[in-house]
Unconditional design. Structure first.
Length: 95
């Protein structure tokens, strides 16, 4: 994941700032799933203080930081038929 190299700590801080945790990143294209306009996905766990509005804000901020479109989602937002393959391909972000 060359796009995030050197930005891991900043990504983790942004995730926490918006009330999420356990960020994992991956490329859908690498597992044969093509979504127009999406370069990478960042899956996060939701807390009681976070919701859709925070997901959108985090997505915008990450896209600005990395210069590529990051689709921020939760596990439940991944279509059920693709979920096992997507979850297996995601890599935890560690600072």
């Amino acid at each position: 994941m060359q796009s995030i190299k050197g930005h891991e700590a900043a990504i983790i801080e942004m995730v926490k700032k918006y009330g999420f945790c356990q960020p994992k990143i991956g490329s859908l294209a690498s597992i044969g799933i093509i979504v127009d306009g999406v370069d990478m996905i960042l899956m996060v766990l939701v807390s009681e203080s976070s919701g859709y509005f925070e997901l959108v804000q985090l997505e915008d901020e990450l896209t600005q930081l990395l210069g590529i479109h990051i689709d921020v989602c939760t596990e439940q937002m991944i279509p059920a038929n693709d979920r096992p393959k997507v979850l297996e391909s995601l890599i935890p972000i560690i600072a």
